[in-house]
Design a protein around this ligand. Structure first.
Ligand code: SF4
Ligand code: SF4
Ligand code: FES
Length: 523
């Protein structure tokens, strides 16, 4: 630790921090544009200038590191004047088109202008005009006039993706961001430059002009696009998700997320199923549940408990899979509990993107599910399964024709799903379930980090969290688990699994909790 004096106050801060981080650590904000903790320091914007006793002139705090005994001032009239000067320079050629700028409401130029604006234009020369709509690549549009040349986007492509598509071209007030000739900003992580850009120069083709950001609400969640489980914020309004933004998590995704994951929010809105189906026809959910209960009772009575198969899912939450396991063991008393999730592997890299496109295989390992596809196939092929309930698991769509054929041989299939898929039409009964934005729950990502998702909004229609649907099946079969919310599930789950060590759902840290599952089977 180092002891420094900050604005007359003696404070202790960890060694190795720069002055922006050190000040932040004790609740003092130093304004800055070009510095970003995930990028190499460039020190080009000069907004972070501060006074340091004994130094020759003002120093940039992004590239000055704490030393024991340092005396730093961030609130003097001289510092304020420097900030106003930097702000004036940055706005000299800026088009001030905030009313039509998609960054409005989350723009540092706007925010700092309120504190350090000159409020009067002293420039006598016309503003330099540049290109307003430059198509950089599949996800990103550039407005060169709004750019303050902080180089965050350039440094991201140089040091994080190492793809180097972007460059600052030209000199003086003609300087501008460009892609190298013949190149596009088209790497698997390109959308991160939109989050990095502190002003409205880089905007998202997907998000721009869909919402003003001050109308959006945010829920802390994770991306379910692959087993990396990047921490994200879900920005939503009136039951619709408008975007994912990466949320800092040092042990999972640092500051970033991939483009495929970023766009995967669309699955929360599109092609959703909100009503129950019996033989492909919409019915009230109570009627559908009654049909399931009748078939479950009849199968157990006529063919024994093992004529019922339950299939959990690496797409479903830990809580839902835990409750399904209880339904199998304590209510139906069937040994036919499976965890096979047939989602095909996809692209992977050595950064964030994982081949396994499910968010919770490790969670199924943790709960002790048998995830072997062969075991499920053998059970169904034996002809002994009379009722099969698959929770959030599109065995037919993802398994392909061979599995579709196999499931046709099961007399009664129950499919709990978020989406209209071909199996939703084919299954005997289809029950609508909530997405991960519509419930509280948790997932265990590839390295075994348990992360929670917070509910953003209610599910529409008759869709409900899977654990609720499974609990209501148990209740109708005579066993009330007494679950009204996930915290009650956690009371039982943390008692059942030593590794959870008495944890509660709300006690899971926002950046997750490492479980001892890294060595377990699965991907
Ligand atoms: S486009 Fe944005 S991130 Fe890139 S240099 Fe300009 S202001 Fe900085
Ligand atoms: S790496 Fe995986 S979890 Fe992360 S954003 Fe991409 S798809 Fe989502
Ligand atoms: S943040 Fe320090 S110079 Fe830009």
């Amino acid at each position: 630790m180092a002891t420094i004096t900050l604005n007359g106050r003696q404070v202790e801060v960890p060694d190795g921090l720069n002055l922006i981080q050190a000040a932040e650590h004790v609740g003092v904000t130093i304004p800055h544009y070009c510095y970003h903790p995930g990028l190499p320091i460039d020190g080009n914007c000069r907004m972070c200038l501060v006074e340091i006793e004994g130094a020759r002139g003002p120093q940039i705090s992004c590239n000055t590191f704490v030393k024991d005994g340092m005396v730093v001032k961030t609130d003097t009239p001289a510092v304020e004047k420097m900030r106003k000067g930097v702000q004036e320079f940055l706005l000299l050629n800026h088009p001030i088109d905030c009313p039509i700028c998609d960054q409005a409401g989350e723009c540092r130029l706007q925010d700092y202008y309120m504190e350090y604006g000159q409020y009067e234009n002293r420039s006598m020369v016309p503003k330099v005009e540049k290109n307003k709509v430059v198509d950089l690549g599949p996800l990103v549009v550039l407005d060169q006039e709004r750019c303050i040349l902080c180089s965050r986007c350039v440094r991201f492509c140089e040091s994080v993706t190492e793809t180097g598509e972007l460059v600052i071209a030209g000199r003086g007030d003609k300087s501008r961001i460009e892609t190298f000739p013949g190149m596009q900003l088209d790497n698997p992580y390109s959308g991160n430059v939109v989050d990095l850009c502190p002003v409205g120069a880089l905007t998202s083709k997907d998000f721009r002009f869909k919402q003003r950001v001050w109308f959006l609400n945010t829920a802390k969640s994770v991306c379910v696009g692959c087993s990396n489980g990047c921490s994200v914020n879900i920005d939503h309004r009136a039951g619709m998700t408008y975007r994912y933004k990466p949320r800092h998590n040092a042990q999972v995704n640092e500051y970033w997320m991939c483009d495929a994951g970023r766009l995967s929010y669309k699955a929360l809105n599109d092609n959703r199923l909100y009503a129950a189906l019996v033989d492909g026809e919409e019915v009230p959910v109570g009627i559908a549940l009654d049909a399931v209960i009748a078939k479950l009772k009849a199968a157990v009575a006529e063919h024994g408990a093992d004529s019922v198969a339950l299939v959990g899912s690496a797409h479903a939450t830990l809580e839902a899979n835990f409750v399904l396991k209880r339904l199998a063991a304590e209510v139906l008393k069937t040994s036919k509990l499976f965890g096979a999730t047939l989602t095909p592997d996809g692209e992977a890299d050595d950064f964030l993107i994982k081949a396994d496109k499910t968010p919770n295989r490790k969670g199924l390992d943790f709960l002790g599910y048998d995830q072997s596809a062969e075991a499920l196939k053998a059970a169904v092929a034996s002809g002994s399964i009379k009722v099969l309930v698959a929770m959030d698991n599109d065995l037919v769509g993802e398994g392909g024709p061979e599995w579709a054929q196999l499931f046709k041989s099961v007399p009664f299939t129950v499919y709990m799903t978020k989406h209209h898929t071909p199996w939703a039409e084919m299954a005997s009964v289809t029950l609508p379930i909530a997405s991960h934005a519509e419930q509280f729950g948790s997932f265990v990502q590839a390295k075994g980090v348990l992360q929670k998702v917070m509910k953003a909004y209610d599910a529409q229609g008759d869709a409900a969290p899977s654990w609720e649907v499974v609990s209501s099946l148990a209740r109708a079969l005579g066993t009330d688990f007494g679950y009204d919310d996930v915290e009650q599930i956690w009371t039982d789950m943390s008692a059942a699994y030593e590794a959870l060590n008495g944890m509660s759902f709300y006690g899971i840290p926002e950046t997750g909790h490492q479980l001892p599952v890294a060595e377990m089977v699965g991907k």
